[in-house]
Design a protein around this ligand. Structure first.
Ligand code: M7G
Ligand code: MG
Length: 229
Protein backbone atom coordinates (compact mmCIF):
# COMPACT_ATOMS: atom_id res chain seq x y z
CA UNK A 1 0.00 0.00 0.00
CA UNK A 2 1.40 3.44 -0.87
CA UNK A 3 1.13 6.02 1.88
CA UNK A 4 0.82 9.68 1.00
CA UNK A 5 2.71 11.22 3.90
CA UNK A 6 1.72 14.82 3.25
CA UNK A 7 -1.99 14.05 3.33
CA UNK A 8 -1.49 11.24 5.82
CA UNK A 9 -4.00 9.13 3.96
CA UNK A 10 -3.34 6.12 1.81
CA UNK A 11 -4.15 6.32 -1.89
CA UNK A 12 -5.76 2.93 -1.59
CA UNK A 13 -8.21 4.12 1.08
CA UNK A 14 -9.08 7.20 -0.96
CA UNK A 15 -9.72 4.93 -3.91
CA UNK A 16 -12.11 2.90 -1.78
CA UNK A 17 -13.92 6.02 -0.59
CA UNK A 18 -14.34 7.24 -4.18
CA UNK A 19 -15.48 3.84 -5.35
CA UNK A 20 -18.10 3.83 -2.62
CA UNK A 21 -19.30 7.31 -3.63
CA UNK A 22 -19.54 6.23 -7.25
CA UNK A 23 -21.73 3.30 -6.30
CA UNK A 24 -23.87 5.35 -3.93
CA UNK A 25 -24.41 8.44 -6.11
CA UNK A 26 -23.67 7.62 -9.74
CA UNK A 27 -23.48 4.04 -10.90
CA UNK A 28 -26.79 2.87 -9.48
CA UNK A 29 -28.95 5.81 -10.38
CA UNK A 30 -31.69 5.43 -13.01
CA UNK A 31 -30.35 5.44 -16.56
CA UNK A 32 -32.26 8.68 -17.16
CA UNK A 33 -29.87 10.39 -14.72
CA UNK A 34 -26.86 9.14 -16.65
CA UNK A 35 -28.16 10.12 -20.05
CA UNK A 36 -26.45 13.49 -20.35
CA UNK A 37 -23.36 15.27 -19.09
CA UNK A 38 -25.50 17.63 -17.04
CA UNK A 39 -27.38 14.89 -15.23
CA UNK A 40 -24.17 13.01 -14.43
CA UNK A 41 -22.64 16.19 -13.06
CA UNK A 42 -25.60 16.85 -10.77
CA UNK A 43 -24.96 13.37 -9.31
CA UNK A 44 -21.23 14.06 -8.99
CA UNK A 45 -22.01 17.35 -7.27
CA UNK A 46 -24.14 15.49 -4.70
CA UNK A 47 -21.26 13.06 -4.19
CA UNK A 48 -18.80 15.95 -3.67
CA UNK A 49 -21.09 17.56 -1.07
CA UNK A 50 -21.41 14.25 0.75
CA UNK A 51 -17.63 13.85 0.62
CA UNK A 52 -16.89 17.29 2.07
CA UNK A 53 -19.84 17.50 4.49
CA UNK A 54 -19.64 14.01 6.00
CA UNK A 55 -16.74 11.80 4.95
CA UNK A 56 -14.10 14.50 5.32
CA UNK A 57 -15.51 15.51 8.72
CA UNK A 58 -15.48 11.93 10.01
CA UNK A 59 -12.03 11.38 8.53
CA UNK A 60 -10.06 14.66 8.45
CA UNK A 61 -7.09 12.92 6.85
CA UNK A 62 -8.97 12.69 3.57
CA UNK A 63 -7.67 15.33 1.14
CA UNK A 64 -9.68 18.50 0.54
CA UNK A 65 -11.08 18.41 -2.97
CA UNK A 66 -13.10 21.04 -4.77
CA UNK A 67 -15.30 20.00 -7.67
CA UNK A 68 -12.54 20.04 -10.31
CA UNK A 69 -10.13 17.77 -8.49
CA UNK A 70 -12.92 15.63 -7.11
CA UNK A 71 -14.34 15.05 -10.59
CA UNK A 72 -11.11 13.97 -12.16
CA UNK A 73 -10.27 11.64 -9.26
CA UNK A 74 -13.75 10.17 -9.24
CA UNK A 75 -13.94 9.66 -12.99
CA UNK A 76 -10.49 8.04 -13.00
CA UNK A 77 -12.10 5.31 -10.89
CA UNK A 78 -14.81 4.64 -13.39
CA UNK A 79 -13.92 5.50 -16.98
CA UNK A 80 -16.83 3.45 -18.24
CA UNK A 81 -19.62 5.80 -17.20
CA UNK A 82 -17.83 8.69 -18.87
CA UNK A 83 -18.41 9.06 -22.62
CA UNK A 84 -18.01 12.78 -23.12
CA UNK A 85 -14.36 13.63 -23.72
CA UNK A 86 -12.24 15.76 -21.41
CA UNK A 87 -14.00 16.04 -18.01
CA UNK A 88 -12.55 19.53 -17.48
CA UNK A 89 -14.23 20.86 -20.62
CA UNK A 90 -17.41 19.14 -19.52
CA UNK A 91 -17.18 20.71 -16.05
CA UNK A 92 -16.93 24.15 -17.66
CA UNK A 93 -19.98 23.33 -19.78
CA UNK A 94 -21.83 22.22 -16.65
CA UNK A 95 -21.05 25.59 -15.02
CA UNK A 96 -22.45 27.41 -18.05
CA UNK A 97 -25.51 25.17 -18.16
CA UNK A 98 -26.21 25.79 -14.47
CA UNK A 99 -25.80 29.52 -14.92
CA UNK A 100 -28.81 29.74 -17.25
CA UNK A 101 -31.22 27.46 -15.39
CA UNK A 102 -34.23 29.61 -14.37
CA UNK A 103 -34.29 30.65 -10.74
CA UNK A 104 -37.39 31.00 -8.57
CA UNK A 105 -37.71 32.36 -5.07
CA UNK A 106 -39.74 34.43 -2.63
CA UNK A 107 -39.62 37.94 -1.22
CA UNK A 108 -41.10 37.82 2.27
CA UNK A 109 -42.39 41.16 3.56
CA UNK A 110 -43.71 42.17 6.96
CA UNK A 111 -47.21 43.64 7.32
CA UNK A 112 -45.98 47.25 7.21
CA UNK A 113 -44.12 46.44 3.98
CA UNK A 114 -41.00 48.13 5.30
CA UNK A 115 -38.88 45.01 5.84
CA UNK A 116 -37.80 42.20 3.52
CA UNK A 117 -36.30 38.88 4.52
CA UNK A 118 -32.91 38.17 2.96
CA UNK A 119 -30.45 35.32 3.21
CA UNK A 120 -26.68 35.15 2.87
CA UNK A 121 -25.00 32.08 1.42
CA UNK A 122 -22.13 30.31 3.12
CA UNK A 123 -19.78 30.94 0.22
CA UNK A 124 -21.03 34.40 -0.59
CA UNK A 125 -20.63 37.88 0.82
CA UNK A 126 -23.90 39.15 -0.61
CA UNK A 127 -27.51 39.06 0.56
CA UNK A 128 -30.36 37.87 -1.66
CA UNK A 129 -33.86 36.49 -1.71
CA UNK A 130 -34.28 32.85 -0.72
CA UNK A 131 -34.23 31.30 -4.18
CA UNK A 132 -32.71 28.61 -6.34
CA UNK A 133 -32.63 26.75 -9.58
CA UNK A 134 -35.73 25.05 -10.88
CA UNK A 135 -35.54 21.23 -10.92
CA UNK A 136 -36.55 18.93 -13.71
CA UNK A 137 -40.38 18.76 -14.03
CA UNK A 138 -40.98 21.36 -11.30
CA UNK A 139 -43.45 24.26 -11.61
CA UNK A 140 -42.34 27.82 -10.87
CA UNK A 141 -44.45 28.05 -7.70
CA UNK A 142 -43.28 24.64 -6.44
CA UNK A 143 -39.66 25.66 -6.96
CA UNK A 144 -40.13 29.00 -5.17
CA UNK A 145 -41.84 27.26 -2.22
CA UNK A 146 -39.21 24.51 -2.04
CA UNK A 147 -36.28 26.92 -2.11
CA UNK A 148 -37.94 29.12 0.53
CA UNK A 149 -38.54 26.09 2.75
CA UNK A 150 -35.00 24.75 2.24
CA UNK A 151 -33.29 28.05 2.89
CA UNK A 152 -35.47 29.51 5.69
CA UNK A 153 -37.67 26.69 7.00
CA UNK A 154 -40.73 28.82 6.16
CA UNK A 155 -43.68 27.09 4.48
CA UNK A 156 -45.62 29.60 2.37
CA UNK A 157 -47.83 27.07 0.57
CA UNK A 158 -51.00 28.68 1.93
CA UNK A 159 -49.91 32.27 1.23
CA UNK A 160 -48.30 32.28 -2.21
CA UNK A 161 -50.23 33.82 -5.11
CA UNK A 162 -49.05 32.50 -8.47
CA UNK A 163 -49.77 35.86 -10.14
CA UNK A 164 -47.84 38.00 -7.65
CA UNK A 165 -44.23 38.00 -8.74
CA UNK A 166 -41.48 40.13 -10.19
CA UNK A 167 -39.68 38.71 -13.21
CA UNK A 168 -36.33 39.69 -14.68
CA UNK A 169 -33.83 38.18 -17.11
CA UNK A 170 -30.24 39.02 -16.34
CA UNK A 171 -27.31 37.71 -18.38
CA UNK A 172 -29.45 35.00 -19.93
CA UNK A 173 -30.88 33.81 -16.61
CA UNK A 174 -34.57 34.24 -15.85
CA UNK A 175 -35.58 35.09 -12.28
CA UNK A 176 -39.11 35.01 -10.83
CA UNK A 177 -39.49 36.19 -7.24
CA UNK A 178 -42.94 35.69 -5.66
CA UNK A 179 -44.14 38.31 -3.20
CA UNK A 180 -45.47 37.11 0.13
CA UNK A 181 -46.73 39.78 2.52
CA UNK A 182 -47.86 39.92 6.16
CA UNK A 183 -45.18 37.55 7.36
CA UNK A 184 -44.88 37.98 11.16
CA UNK A 185 -41.55 39.51 12.07
CA UNK A 186 -41.13 37.19 15.03
CA UNK A 187 -41.17 34.09 12.79
CA UNK A 188 -38.24 31.81 13.56
CA UNK A 189 -36.29 31.03 10.41
CA UNK A 190 -34.01 28.00 10.32
CA UNK A 191 -32.50 26.64 7.09
CA UNK A 192 -33.22 23.00 6.31
CA UNK A 193 -30.35 22.44 3.90
CA UNK A 194 -26.84 22.01 5.18
CA UNK A 195 -23.94 24.28 4.26
CA UNK A 196 -25.85 26.60 1.98
CA UNK A 197 -27.20 29.43 4.17
CA UNK A 198 -25.07 31.30 6.70
CA UNK A 199 -27.48 34.06 7.86
CA UNK A 200 -31.14 35.10 7.60
CA UNK A 201 -32.24 38.64 8.45
CA UNK A 202 -35.08 41.12 8.05
CA UNK A 203 -33.65 44.10 6.18
CA UNK A 204 -35.09 47.58 6.22
CA UNK A 205 -36.42 48.46 2.75
CA UNK A 206 -35.28 52.10 2.90
CA UNK A 207 -31.79 50.97 3.85
CA UNK A 208 -31.75 48.44 1.00
CA UNK A 209 -32.84 51.00 -1.57
CA UNK A 210 -29.83 53.11 -0.67
CA UNK A 211 -27.33 50.36 -0.01
CA UNK A 212 -28.03 48.30 -3.10
CA UNK A 213 -27.23 51.25 -5.35
CA UNK A 214 -23.72 51.61 -3.96
CA UNK A 215 -22.75 48.06 -3.23
CA UNK A 216 -22.66 44.67 -4.85
CA UNK A 217 -23.62 43.07 -1.58
CA UNK A 218 -27.32 42.99 -2.37
CA UNK A 219 -27.65 40.89 -5.44
CA UNK A 220 -30.79 41.58 -7.51
CA UNK A 221 -32.42 43.48 -4.68
CA UNK A 222 -32.64 46.87 -6.28
CA UNK A 223 -33.87 45.64 -9.64
CA UNK A 224 -36.45 43.43 -7.94
CA UNK A 225 -37.84 45.78 -5.30
CA UNK A 226 -38.12 48.86 -7.48
CA UNK A 227 -41.27 47.63 -9.22
CA UNK A 228 -43.02 46.69 -5.95
CA UNK A 229 -42.41 49.76 -3.83
P1 M7G B 1 -27.46 24.75 -5.34
O1 M7G B 1 -28.41 23.73 -4.79
O2 M7G B 1 -26.54 24.36 -6.43
O3 M7G B 1 -28.19 26.04 -5.87
O4 M7G B 1 -26.64 25.34 -4.11
P2 M7G B 1 -29.64 26.60 -5.72
O5 M7G B 1 -30.21 26.15 -4.40
O6 M7G B 1 -29.40 28.07 -5.78
O7 M7G B 1 -30.38 26.07 -6.87
C1 M7G B 1 -26.02 26.57 -4.19
C2 M7G B 1 -24.66 26.51 -3.49
O8 M7G B 1 -24.84 26.15 -2.12
C3 M7G B 1 -23.75 25.45 -4.05
O9 M7G B 1 -22.99 25.92 -5.14
C4 M7G B 1 -22.88 25.09 -2.87
O10 M7G B 1 -21.84 26.04 -2.72
C5 M7G B 1 -23.84 25.23 -1.72
N1 M7G B 1 -24.48 23.94 -1.37
C6 M7G B 1 -25.75 23.55 -1.64
N2 M7G B 1 -25.98 22.32 -1.11
C7 M7G B 1 -27.24 21.60 -1.19
C8 M7G B 1 -24.83 21.94 -0.46
C9 M7G B 1 -24.48 20.77 0.28
O11 M7G B 1 -25.24 19.82 0.50
N3 M7G B 1 -23.20 20.76 0.76
C10 M7G B 1 -22.32 21.78 0.55
N4 M7G B 1 -21.08 21.69 1.05
N5 M7G B 1 -22.66 22.89 -0.15
C11 M7G B 1 -23.89 22.97 -0.65
MG1 MG C 1 -31.09 24.30 -4.37
Amino acid sequence: MSINLREGFSDESLERVLEDLLVRFVVNCPSEDLSSIERVFFQIEEAQWFYSDFLKIINPLLPSMKMKKFCSQLLDQCPLIWRWGDPNDALARFGKYKSIIPVRGCALLNSKLNKILLVKGVESSSWGFPRGKISKDETDVDCALRELLEETGYDATDYIDEDEYVERTIKGKNYKIYLITDVPEDTVFIPRVRNEIAEIQWKDVKYLQKASKNSNNFYLINTMIKPIL
